[in-house]
Ligand binder design. Structure first.
Ligand code: TYD
Ligand code: MG
Length: 458
């Protein structure tokens, strides 16, 4: 009997260490090392039993890349256009996609709908470790899916799942969820680091070897990462996050990593009583429906992925009873606000050191680009002075540390989107402004410095 081998993996960065230590020497975070079992004490032969060898993709040995055979038709459109967009043009043969998201956001629903839409083109197998087959079938029926070619399996042991998959030969395999799987080779509990890592590795090898498209569901921890080791994100070909407000019916699917397409691509869905529906023209859904101008609100044109989107940034600035006033952001990057408020003070002459500042992006969407800088500052000032921005105005632009307003990519496309949706005024960086002061129906106010931008408000 061989001795069991263990290692310690940082749950934050995925670095591997030989011995336990309080701080990860790679990323410097404390208390993140978790034990994983590399080799169990007793090797099982279940792999051989199943006829599945578990070797890496293709045959070993060196080949000239020009002579390596590639799949004839590597991509299959799922038929759900918003999902295809995020995947970068459909499912790739032999790829592994991880879909993360909060509980109840609609991961299982989306993937069942995906298998239904794929139908005969990629016969699917839905492996569930969370729900019974009865529940899955009932949901499929309620969603009105064509379930002819669709099969289900309620199983959590990876060896048995692979054994069944070898026999059934599905072309698309959904595993819901990776945290429920376990391998006979390890004694650790399902959902633990070692189990998640090992079962995902086996599924990845299976995908590469057989050309099956595998989609894994992963739960998200409170901190927002996919539960289990970060190494999971390195193993798979694409990581998609499903996000959205629990109160809102809109859901946004976003690619964080994609070996076969662009990242930051957004797919927008709406949850209905018949499952998730695509929202092909999402531009205006992230605006709240005010009847007239309200203070503390600025509308920006963000461009996440390949299309522009109108979103509303709301700010509430209120006298703080605390010695350390609060800075709360929903949907934007936390650190950037401190910087923006400092710029507002130094270059705009407006101080909020004794005020609580709350910022929210309407609709539960997350904006990660710097074009949100100027709208955030204008919303803050608008709330502080209780003075609304002029009606039907859009704003975008990056704010620099010396108070300059910098251009952002795809300015013209953003202006076009605003014009299409009936806006009449745009406050934009000089570098993004067209030569003429008008852009279609839009009056364009080009600004060079923060002070100019604040003046347009006052
Ligand atoms: P689900 O796909 O089970 O979420 P996850 O797998 O991410 O945990 O979605 C569950 C939620 O979706 C649940 O709160 C009910 C809602 N829902 C609908 O509103 N309409 C539907 O047709 C379906 C199937 C679910
Ligand atoms: Mg689920």
């Amino acid at each position: 009997m061989s001795k069991r081998q263990i290692a310690y993996v940082c749950t934050d960065c995925g670095a591997e260490h030989n011995k336990w230590q309080g701080q990860c020497s790679e990323c410097g975070v404390w208390n993140t090392l978790a034990e994983i079992v590399l080799k169990p004490a007793r090797a099982t032969s279940s792999k051989r039993r199943s006829g599945y060898t578990g070797t890496a993709a293709g045959t070993a040995g060196i080949h000239a890349l020009t002579e390596v055979a590639t799949y004839e038709n590597p991509r299959t459109l799922t038929g759900i256009a918003e999902l295809d967009r995020v995947l970068g043009g459909g499912l790739v043969q032999g790829s592994v996609v991880l879909v993360g998201g909060d509980p109840g956001i609609g991961k299982s629903t989306l993937l069942l709908q995906m298998l239904g839409a794929l139908g005969d083109r990629l016969p699917g197998l839905y492996v569930t470790g969370e729900e019974s087959l009865g529940q899955v079938a009932a949901r499929g029926r309620r969603l009105g899916l064509t379930m002819g070619p669709l099969h289900g399996l309620a199983e959590t042991c990876i060896e048995r799942i692979l054994e069944q998959a070898i026999q059934a030969q599905p072309k698309a395999l959904v595993v819901d969820s990776i945290q429920t799987l376990w391998t006979e080779q390890l004694t650790a509990a399902p959902g633990s680091m070692s189990q998640v890592r090992e079962t995902a590795a086996q599924l990845t090898r299976f995908a590469k070897e057989t050309g099956t498209c595998i989609v894994l569901v992963g739960h998200v921890t409170k901190e927002g990462g996919i539960a289990g080791p970060r190494v999971l994100e390195h193993m798979v070909d694409a990581v998609l996050y499903f996000e959205g407000d629990s109160g809102s019916r809109f859901r946004v699917l976003r690619a964080f990593k994609n070996r076969f397409g662009a990242v930051n691509e957004l797919g927008v869905f709406a949850m209905s009583d018949k499952g998730l529906r695509e929202v092909p023209n999402p531009s205006a859904i992230f605006l709240s429906s005010h009847t007239g101008p309200t203070s503390g609100s600025a509308i920006m044109v963000t461009r996440e992925g390949t299309r522009p989107l109108l979103v509303e940034v709301q700010a509430l600035v209120d006298t703080s009873p605390l010695a350390n006033p609060r800075r709360v952001l929903l949907g934007l990057e936390q650190n950037r606000l401190a910087m923006l408020l400092a710029v507002l003070h130094r270059h705009g002459g407006v101080s909020v050191y004794d005020q609580d500042v709350f910022i929210n992006v309407v609709g539960g969407i997350r904006v990660q680009e710097t074009a949100a800088d100027l709208p955030v500052l204008l919303a803050v000032l608008s709330s502080l002075r209780d003075r609304p921005l002029r009606d039907k105005t859009v704003v975008f632009g990056e704010v620099g540390l010396s108070g300059e307003i910098r251009p952002v990519p795809n300015g013209e496309e953003r202006l076009k989107e605003a014009a299409t949706h009936g806006f009449v005024r745009a406050i934009v960086p000089r570098g993004n402004a067209p030569k003429k002061a008008r852009f279609g129906s839009l009056e364009v106010l080009a600004v060079d410095r923060l002070a100019d931008a604040l003046e347009t408000l006052l």
